[in-house]
Design a protein around this ligand. Structure first.
Ligand SMILES: [Zn+2]
Length: 194
């Protein structure tokens, strides 16, 4: 749903490549505490909602750790795949809420559950979050300055996705751009979501 099966299969590996770039940029900035060298210190996660058969690498949370003795500060680079500690892939949250907002065909709670494993309660929580909290975050305020003012605060994330994907012309590209904006727009958005 939303993307076709072949698109979903290649979507998450492509996001991993973007995350590797984001982590590398972050690594080059060195440790924010002591200026020491940062090293990759990735760890496995089990994100939900993605297609079957994703490789272990696609589920790795990229992470950085200071190499200086006595510091060992851990730095989490921005990620297009994960929302803080949330158990679902970021893309799945955006797609499920957008499908519900637009009442896209086959977006019934039962079908969303069957396809993405998202329960009605979780779906409702995400809807409430986007309706009431997301538009107040510094992340959205930063993103709003980068996109056309026709995107309304009370039409998120669907309105944002439609602007980025050319009204559905390029859903893969639009969803990817949206995730990149969210990843690099700051972490506040996801600190308040459950
Ligand atoms: Zn350090």
């Amino acid at each position: 749903m939303y993307l076709d099966r072949a698109q979903w299969a290649t979507f998450f590996p492509a996001l991993l490549l973007i995350d590797v770039d984001l982590a590398e940029q972050c690594r080059q900035n060195r440790c924010p505490h002591c200026g020491g060298p940062l090293h990759r210190s990735d760890y496995p996660r089990k994100p939900r909602g993605g297609p079957d058969g994703l490789g272990d690498e696609v589920c790795l949370r990229l992470s950085l750790c200071c190499g200086r003795e006595g510091c060992r500060h851990r730095k989490m680079p921005p990620s297009c795949r994960f929302l803080g500690r949330k158990v679902y892939f970021a893309a799945i949250v955006l797609v499920v809420v957008t499908m519900r907002q637009r009442r896209l065909g086959s977006a019934s709670a039962a079908k969303l559950k069957a396809t993405f494993g998202v329960s009605w309660e979780t779906d409702k929580r995400w809807m409430t979050y986007f309706a009431e909290v997301f538009s107040t975050t510094s992340t959205w305020k930063r993103i709003r300055g980068l996109v056309t003012s026709t995107v309304r605060d009370d039409d998120l994330p669907a309105g944002l996705l439609e602007v980025l994907d050319g009204a559905g012309e390029d859903k893969v590209g639009g969803l990817t751009r949206c995730l990149e904006l969210l990843a690099t727009g700051g972490e506040e958005a996801w600190e308040h979501s459950k």
